[in-house]
Design a binder for this molecule. Sequence first.
Ligand code: BES
Ligand code: ZN
Length: 631
Amino acid sequence: MRKLIYLTLIGLTSIACAGNESESNESETAKADSTEVVKVAHPEDDIDHHTLSNYTEVRTKHLHLDIAVSFENKQITGTATHTIENITGADHIDFDTKGLNIIAVTLDEGEAGEYTMGEYDELLGTVLSVKINENTEKVSIQYETTEKTEALDWLMPAQTAGKVEPFMYTQGQSIFTRSWIPVQGTPAIRITYSAKVTVPKNLMAVMSASNPVHKNETGIYEFDMPQAIPCYLVALAVGDLEFAEIDHRTGVYSEPSMLKDCAYELGDMGNMVNEAEKLYGNYLWDRYDVIVLPPSFPFGGMENPRLTFATPTIIAGDRSLVALIAHELAHSWSGNLVTNSTWNDFWLNEGFTVYFERRIMEAMYGKDYTDMLALLGYQDLMRTMDEETTDMQSLKLQLMSKHPDDAMSDIAYEKGYFFLRLLEQTAGRDNFDVFLKNYFDSYKFKTITTEEFRTYLVANLIEPYKLEVNIDEWMYESGLPDNCPQVISTLFNGVEANLEQFYKTNDVKKSIHASNWTTHEWLHFIRNLKEGTTPAQMAMLDAEYHLTQSGNSEVAAIWFEKSINFGYNKIDKELEAFLVKIGRRKFLMPLYTALAATPEGKEKAIAIYKKARPNYHYVSFNSIDELLGLK
Ligand code: BES
Ligand code: ZN
């Protein structure tokens, strides 16, 4: 059906640091002479290598959970009932599990099921294989989670805002759902789900589904998710939660003491959904709510359908970090409606989402604001191009035996964004918008590979408008193609002029005119502090602008990183408090990396990490264990 394509990856070493100075204009043949030939894409290989399940033969259509959440045992126990479709008449169905105890399996109306467990694989876990026949409709698995779970974060009261009740949340993406529910752990298939969740009576449970708005007396909550989703989007949070409405279809959940601040910060959310719909079609998930979690949450946000999970570090007091909400909302189209078939196609989720996010931001807050976001994104991409090995620089990846979370780099996000921006620029915005809207509509509730997208793109944009775009270079090659769109931000030009003056005069008051600066101008300023900036210069900036005490997490994080780099020590107390409290990996990694660059710094890092590690989710401590060589 589809042809195999073999692509050449060229000038491997020179491209690594060259960014857009790659040799991308040379012809394929010329390139092949001087280099190693790497088969980058193998389009017939659409099967997902990150599942042990036999989902192409027999698959779950609907999942029903009947589970209880015990904080005493830090354990979820119960049954997962899979209603299945046997496509090939298979005699067994395989599920992914990781760190789960399987207690019993029954079929249909309760007859005992025969099952075996496979060998444990460090990356993928243990396959649970259940005997079935072609008439089997239901497989019920009684199970319990263990302390080896990777998805669950169990927080003690001291780790919450209220300090009285415990808290628990799940993180499914990319392949963690199997460590709290036995599932066919692939994004390639979609399931509907329902759940009955029993929690301690003083707590409330919410899921990526229809949700309660009040606690009830029984501690039993029932959920329904009638739209089919990939299993990485099944999500649960339990805590002392309250709800505040924003508009008729949006609202926010958080611990009571934070609710007012959260509702203010996310006050634009109703309009964001309206703007998103104007761009690319109706919001198809009924409600859009956000839960603001305790600070251990390892990501900025997670697009669990109907209920985005978010870090409290976006609650800055001035709505300056709400692009993250636009991002998670955009996933309601790119990612949740149209889903990457395998984690090799992750850029289809994230690149499209960054593009959509910035279109929402432009509609809400204007072009100047969005240019700043795009330019910061470009800087991130340049940094990533320097750090990533060439095999991880193409949009389409070949992860094979790598963890899919390794795909979570600015290649998927920002190279993906700039590719779509190039298509917009080449086709014209109006044409591109029609194309994208139709794309979401054509593939809604489906999954898609890079190759399927490529075919759709050629048929619906490239050929009709007779465009010439080096789409294969963007999708399949390392480095950044020469025709990467340029972003100019007049606001950032102003910041750079101030920065120049600062180094020339060494006088903060005379050189820097920051009274009207937004968060993003500050970020640009701090990011672009030059190598060799002295601790004395850092102290001057700090004395004037109190950056060490910044209540804005993004500003604080980059300020701390630069302070470590430049040997400015007056941040030590605040840095430690930040690292102990906040578990967001995006902040932690650069800070621990900066510390670990010197022997004394590394000692400091290890001492802080000892206190901080219990406050981190698996996703974060796993990365930092590795970074600090503790694994
Ligand atoms: N879906 C991602 C988070 C994710 C990716 C979790 C891969 C696990 C594996 C989410 O939408 C995301 O991209 N979050 C970003 C925020 C965003 C504004 C770029 C984050 O958490 O930093
Ligand atoms: Zn995302």
